[in-house]
Design a protein around this ligand. Structure first.
Ligand code: FES
Length: 567
C-alpha cells in the first residue's frame, strides 16, 4: 500500500483528549479488550451500517448479509466492523416512518463521520432506510456502497401468487366492497408477506433499490435479487471486497458518484420502471445532500420522453422476482442506454457506460420490454402545477385511470385524517363518483408528518356500487404499492398555508394531465378572504417533533431538514 493510499484504520477519527497519542493508545487497548489481535487492528476498517430490528420484518435477513459482507472484507485483508443505526420498519412506526427518515439519515451520517472507518457498506431495505442511508452517506462523503436486503418472494395461495403490498390493497378493497368475508381476509392476511425481504412489487423499497443501482451507488444488477436467494449473499460478499478496494483507493466518494447526471439517470430509471411517487421525494433529498436541485419541470420533460419498460405491479402484472429472472435492472438500463449519461462514475470504479458494454444474454420480454416496443410510451410519473399546487404535485399516471385525466369536478373536502376516517363511509356523505375527494393537513408540515394516506378510500356507498377509482387530491404521500388517480404531495402543503388549506366543499377543481395542470377554480380575491385569519398549526414544544416540524422542507425539496441540505 503506497503512503498516499495508507488507510487510517483504528486510528481514524480519534477521540479528542487533547493528546492524540494517548487517544490511539486508549482506543487500541479497549479494542483489544474485544479480543482483536494487534495485527488485525492494523488493517483498514470497513464499517458496516446495519439496521436489523424486531420491529422491521424487511430486515429479517440482515444478520446473514452482515456475515457475508464480513467474509468479503476479510478475504481482502480488511477488518469489518458492524455498527447499528436507527431502523425504520414501515408499518411499525407512528404516525409514519417518514417522520423519522431524517433522524436515521442524521444517525448514519454522524456515525460514519465519528467512528474509525475507511469505507462503509450500508445495509438497508425497507422504504425509508435506503434513502436515509444514501442521504447520510452523501453528507459524510466517505467511500460507501449501498447493499439492499432485496425483495420478498411472492408465493402461491389458492392458485395465484400473492405479494406485499399491491395484493394487500386489492384484497382490502374487495373486503370493503363486501366481496370477501371476515374469514377470508383473515386467511389472506397470513399469506401476503411470507419471506424475509422488502415488499415484492415495484413499491418504494424496490424503486429505491433500482435508483441506488442507477445512481451508481450499488453493484451492477443487484436491485432485484430476491432476499432469500443465494446470489444476494454472494452480492454481499462482493460488496465487502469492493469496499476494501475503495478504502485503499480512497474513493470513489459518494459525492463523485451522485452528480447532476447520475440523478438524471436515476429519474429516467424511476420513470421507466414506473416506480413509486415516494422516490421523487427521496431522490430530491439525496440530491439535495450533494447540492443538486431536482426540478419537477425536468421530471416532466424526462417523463414525456422516457417510456415505461417494466411490467411489474402495481402498474403491471409481475413481481420483483420476475424482474430478477428476466434479466434484472441491467436489462432495463441496457434498453435505456441511449437516454442515459454513460460517463457517470459508479462505486465499482467503472462508468455506467463501461457497465453497459455488453448486452444482456437473455431478457424475458414479458417483463422488460424493448425500448422500441414499450409497455407505455410515456414515463409513469407526472408533475402537475397550478393554483392548487403552485410548486407542484405528483400523479402516478401509469397507475391511474386515463378517463379521469381531463376533468373538472366538485371538491368533497376532508380537513384532516381524523375527519376522513370519521366521515368517508358515512351514508350521509354528499358524494358522487364524479366528485374530487380532497384531503388537507396531511403534508410534511402537518402534525401527521406526511403519511401514506393520499390513497383515500373510495366512500363505501360508492365502492359497493362498483366505483373503483376517483380523482383524489392531497398533500399526503401514497404507498408505492398502491394505484388509482391519486394526486399527491400538493405543495405548499395545507399546514404551511398553501392554497390547499382554503379549498371548501363545493369548490370546482380542474385537472389536466395533458397540460400538467391542477387548478382551484376560485377567484384569488375569495382565496385571499379565506386566508385572512388562518393560523398555522401549533408546533410541539420539545424534542425531535419540534426539530422536525420547524425545519422540514416541502416535498419538492425532498422533505429534508433545511439545515441538512448541502450549500
Ligand atoms: Fe418494508 Fe414494504 S414494509 S418494504
Amino acid at each position: 500500500m503506497s503512503k498516499k493510499n495508507k488507510t487510517l484504520g483504528i486510528e481514524g477519527n480519534l477521540t479528542n483528549y487533547g493528546d492524540p497519542g494517548f487517544a490511539a493508545y486508549l482506543r487500541r487497548s479497549f479494542a483489544r479488550s474485544m479480543g482483536y489481535s494487534v495485527d488485525t487492528l492494523d488493517r483498514p476498517i470497513i464499517g458496516i451500517a446495519t439496521s436489523p430490528s424486531g420491529f422491521n420484518n424487511c430486515h429479517r435477513s440482515m444478520p446473514e448479509l452482515v456475515e457475508a459482507v464480513k467474509r468479503g472484507v476479510l478475504k481482502r485483508g480488511g477488518l469489518p466492523i458492524d455498527f447499528p443505526t436507527t431502523s425504520l420498519g414501515e408499518v411499525f412506526l407512528s404516525p409514519t416512518s417518514m417522520k423519522f427518515r431524517n433522524l436515521m439519515a442524521m444517525d448514519v451520517e454522524e456515525m460514519i463521520r465519528a467512528q474509525p472507518m475507511d469505507a462503509c457498506v450500508l445495509i438497508g431495505g425497507c422504504d425509508k432506510t435506503v434513502p436515509a442511508q444514501l442521504m447520510g452517506a452523501a453528507s459524510a462523503n466517505v467511500p460507501s456502497i449501498q447493499l439492499v436486503t432485496g425483495p420478498m418472494l411472492a408465493l402461491p395461495f389458492q392458485g395465484e401468487r400473492l405479494g406485499a403490498c399491491t395484493d394487500c390493497r386489492r384484497f382490502w378493497g374487495r373486503y370493503r366492497a363486501g366481496e370477501i368475508s371476515d374469514a377470508q381476509i383473515d386467511e389472506i392476511e397470513g399469506k401476503l408477506a411470507t419471506t424475509a425481504g422488502s415488499c415484492a412489487v415495484m413499491g418504494t423499497a424496490s424503486t429505491m433499490a433500482s435508483i441506488t443501482e442507477a445512481l451508481g451507488m450499488g453493484l451492477p444488477n443487484s436491485a432485484a435479487i430476491p432476499a432469500v436467494h443465494a446470489d444476494r449473499l454472494r452480492l454481499a460478499e462482493a460488496c465487502g471486497e469492493r469496499a476494501m478496494e475503495m478504502a485503499v483507493d480512497r474513493g470513489p466518494l459518494p459525492r463523485s458518484v451522485i452528480t447532476r447526471d447520475s440523478v438524471e439517470n436515476a429519474l429516467r430509471v424511476l420513470l421507466a420502471i414506473s416506480g413509486s411517487t415516494n422516490a421523487v421525494i427521496h431522490l430530491a433529498a439525496v440530491a439535495g445532500r450533494c447540492g443538486i436541485e431536482l426540478s419537477l419541470e425536468e421530471l416532466n420533460r424526462l417523463s414525456d420522453e422516457t417510456p415505461v419498460l417494466v411490467n411489474l405491479k402495481p402498474t403491471g402484472e409481475h413481481y420483483m422476482q420476475d424482474l430478477f429472472a428476466a434479466g434484472g435492472l441491467q436489462a432495463v438500463l441496457w434498453e435505456l442506454r441511449e437516454q442515459l449519461n454513460l460517463d457517470c462514475m459508479t462505486v465499482t470504479g467503472e462508468t455506467l457506460g463501461e457497465r453497459l458494454k455488453v448486452a444482456p444474454t437473455w431478457v424475458d420480454r414479458d417483463v422488460v420490454r424493448p425500448f422500441s416496443d414499450p409497455y407505455q410510451k410515456e414515463g409513469g410519473l407526472v408533475a402537475l402545477f397550478g393554483s392548487l399546487a403552485p410548486t407542484g404535485a405528483i400523479l402516478k399516471r401509469a397507475a391511474a385511470d386515463p378517463n379521469l385525466f381531463e376533468k373538472e369536478g366538485r371538491a368533497v373536502v376532508f380537513n384532516s385524517l381524523e375527519d376522513l376516517s370519521e366521515r368517508i363511509d358515512s351514508p350521509d356523505l354528499d358524494v358522487t363518483a364524479d366528485d374530487f375527494l380532497v384531503l388537507k393537513n396531511a403534508g410534511p408540515k402537518s402534525e401527521s408528518c406526511m403519511p401514506e394516506a393520499g390513497y383515500l378510500p373510495i366512500p363505501k356507498k360508492l365502492a359497493s356500487a362498483g366505483v373503483k377509482d376517483m380523482v383524489r387530491i392531497s398533500d399526503a404521500r401514497m404507498s408505492g404499492t398502491a394505484f388509482g388517480t391519486v394526486v399527491l404531495h400538493v405543495s405548499p402543503d395545507a399546514a404551511s398555508g398553501g392554497n390547499l388549506a382554503f379549498v371548501e366543499n363545493g369548490d370546482r377543481i380542474r385537472i389536466s394531465v395533458k397540460n400538467k395542470v391542477l387548478e382551484l377554480l376560485v377567484e384569488p380575491s375569495e382565496l385571499q378572504r379565506r386566508r385572512s385569519g388562518w393560523q398555522p398549526p401549533v408546533i410541539p414544544e420539545r424534542g425531535y417533533s419540534k426539530l422536525y416540524r420547524e425545519t422540514v422542507t416541502q416535498a419538492p425539496d425532498g422533505c429534508d431538514f433545511d439545515f441538512l441540505k448541502a450549500k
